[in-house]
Write a protein that binds this ligand. Structure first.
Ligand code: GLC
Length: 656
């Protein structure tokens, strides 16, 4: 097993060696220096002076960074051991360009010749030299203060305050807090995440004893809302170190920048009585079905922004290694392929639904998270000469993506009627039925189900294919991120209200509606016995979705809907021992193979309670309509002669 050593800051207690393991040959070792990606190495020394963030809101605390801002990037003034490393890697520079829409937007200097598949390592630090370590940045900083210990500038935020008079917690909340704290995973004495499930009766935990990136998000928000930022900070930095340097599935190594689906802390024997802890990531190469965790990087970006917003510690996102990680994820998502659409093309099972469920192509969930992550990045990216093109690419993609989803994914009575009357085989730029949808595709359940008031974003759209299933997470994130228009967002909640028994029923919330059954189940799931109709991903009910529902309701001023759902969950979850999911049409039974004491069920409940109690903090986690983006979109359309170009026009278009 290969081990990378990182020494920690002298002020940290206790001095701890952190070992990151990796399956591939990436030592921080003179023999392997060509594998070092100096982005992180150089980045850690560069600082980000002369840069600014284009879209930071007022009062966001920019400028608190501890990054060293030496003129000329200060190679001459760097610590001797660091210089040694840098001078080695500097001689291997090559340039790699990534392109977006034919415009080069990011020029990355990758050291090590063929080092496209290299992982940024961390420079070894010298603990006993305070001059060297004093103000330095860009390192995993280990703090033994427990979950809430204090590097994060908690309390200095836009939203987080101690001002709320504490309400007496309910029994359910007290139990949830105890369970959440028991789920915390420690690494070298510091909290770095929470296990997916802590079910004592589970004979076969598979990977549920790991820290999943997506599962940790509600835990993170719960801790942040409680004023405990350290675990989130540690999580963000450690997963950054795990970011794919050489993910391999058999003999193949796909793209740089991928975030793992999950990681595990392993204890490794060094020699007789000595043990070391290592972080072991899974990029899908061990996962059931070998699914690619496309959503991990998107969640990482969303969490990075939330951490800044809720703690006021913007220095973290300003760090050069963090900025580099951010750009790597964005580059991976924005790279050109063969696709014709602005939406992301992915394989089946690349998100929360991580098994075959017929969601390959352009599933809504990924598009909504992608859109949210782009909006986050727009706020966080340091703008300088090196990132201008990337920022432009983000803006263009945001506009195109929102237009695409608003226009083509939207379903309501009117739209179904339009599709019902579609002409097919239209060849021209002016085609109305652009994707050549055959009206026979409209499923019979939908005709009866669609309410007169309300609508939703469909699950997927491809040539001659519309997936009309309602997927909850994607619809909720369309609201939260303003991917939908204000009218559409209101209509989505109206639909959930109108279809309460189907989408909430006995337990909030259905992952998707309806289930696929019979022959369709056989073809779509591959006869998956875990995804039988109305179970698990196939129409099961997932209490973790509650926090995202709550957030969407707060944004749209529909608190009463969230309160009703939270009350339902509060009554059942502790009695049922916090299951992962529920089965049947209305979510009546604990899921067939559901884990108990599932952490994101617990955290989702707690986060919902806290958000309801602090709607002003919730407001830091969602976005309003952005007219600047609409303007870009309307201008782009005007070039094709379709729309008039102005902000006023943008506001008055169907887009709003
Ligand atoms: C299941 C879920 C996935 C989750 C994992 C750990 O595989 O489908 O979304 O991340 O369990 O809880």
């Amino acid at each position: 097993m290969n081990i990378i050593r990182i020494l920690t800051k002298s002020t940290m207690k206790p001095t701890c060696r952190i070992f990151l393991s990796h399956r591939n040959s990436l030592f921080f070792n003179t023999n392997y220096q060509s594998n070092i990606d100096p982005l992180r190495v150089l980045g850690s020394l560069r600082g980000i002076h002369n840069t600014h963030k284009a879209f930071r809101l007022p009062g966001s605390g920019f400028g608190q960074s501890k990054v060293i801002t030496r003129p000329n990037d200060g190679f001459g003034s760097t610590p001797s051991r660091v210089v040694l490393v840098l001078s080695r890697v500097a001689s291997y520079s090559t340039t790699v360009e990534t392109r977006v829409n034919d415009k080069s937007f990011e020029r990355i200097y990758v050291q090590g010749g063929a080092g496209v598949n290299v992982k940024p390592l961390v420079v070894e630090r010298i603990d006993n030299d305070e001059n060297i370590i004093g103000e330095e940045e860009s390192r995993i900083e280990v703090n033994g203060d427990g979950v809430g210990g204090g590097h994060a500038n908690v309390g200095n935020s836009e939203g987080l305050s101690e001002s709320k008079v504490a309400r007496e917690e309910s029994q359910a909340e007290k139990e949830a807090w105890t369970l959440l704290r028991e789920a915390v995973v420690m690494y070298c004495g510091t909290p770095v995440g929470t296990v997916a499930a802590n079910d004592p009766g589970d004979k076969q935990p598979l990977n549920y004893d790991q820290v999943f990136i997506r599962d940790f998000v509600p835990s993170a928000l719960t801790f942040l809302l409680k004023g405990e930022g350290e675990i989130v900070r540690n999580f963000l930095l450690h997963t950054l170190q795990l970011q794919s340097w050489e993910k391999t599935v058999d003999c193949y190594s796909p793209g740089q920048g991928l975030m793992p689906a999950s990681f595990k802390v392993r204890t490794v024997a060094l020699d007789e009585n000595k043990y070391e802890e290592v972080l072991d990531p899974d990029f899908g190469e061990s996962a059931i079905g070998r699914v690619a965790p496309v959503d991990s990087g998107l969640w990482w970006i969303i969490l990075l922004r939330a951490y800044g917003k809720l703690t006021g510690d913007y220095a973290l996102q300003e760090r050069v290694d963090v900025q580099t990680g951010l750009k790597m994820i964005l580059n991976l998502c924005l790279t050109d392929g063969f696709d014709m659409f602005p939406s992301l093309l992915v394989t089946d099972g690349s998100c929360m639904i991580d098994r075959r469920m017929g969601i390959h192509g352009h599933p809504l969930e990924i598009q909504a998270l992608f859109y949210s992550a782009l909006r986050c990045s727009r706020e966080m990216l340091a703008v300088n000469d090196g990132s201008n093109n990337l920022v432009r690419a983000i803006n263009n993609r945001l506009s195109a993506l929102s237009f695409h989803i608003r226009e083509y994914y939207w379903v309501d009575m009117k739209k179904i009627n339009e599709i019902y009357r579609y002409k097919t085989e239209e060849y021209s730029m002016d085609a109305i039925n652009k994707f050549n949808i055959y009206p026979e595709q409209i499923p019979s359940w939908l005709m009866d189900w669609i309410p007169e008031k309300g609508g939703y974003m469909m699950g997927n759209l491809q040539p001659a294919h519309m997936d009309f299933r309602f997927f909850t997470l994607g619809n909720l994130w369309s609201i939260v991120s303003s991917l939908g228009t204000p009218k559409q967002n209101t209509a989505i909640l109206n639909l959930i209200e109108a279809k309460w028994d189907d989408i909430v029923g006995h337990m909030p919330l259905k992952i998707g509606y309806p289930a696929v059954e019979n022959e369709e189940w056989r073809i779509i799931t591959g006869s998956d016995p875990k995804n039988t109709p109305w179970s698990y991903h196939n129409g099961g009910s997932w209490p973790t979705l509650l926090w995202q529902f709550t957030l969407a309701c707060i944004k749209m001023g529909r608190l009463e809907l969230a309160q009703k759902a939270v009350a339902l969950a509060e009554k059942r979850l502790p009695l049922d021992r916090w299951p992962e999911y529920y089965d049947t049409r209305t979510g009546k039974f604990i899921g067939k193979q559901a884990r108990l004491y599932q952490t994101w069920t617990i955290a989702g409940f707690l986060a919902s309670k806290m958000l309801l109690e602090n709607p002003e903090m919730a407001s830091l986690l969602f976005w309003e309509e952005d007219y600047e983006l609409l303007e870009i979109c309307v201008c782009a359309l005007s070039k094709s002669g379709r729309k008039k170009c102005s902000r006023f026009a943008a506001k008055s278009q169907i887009l709003v």
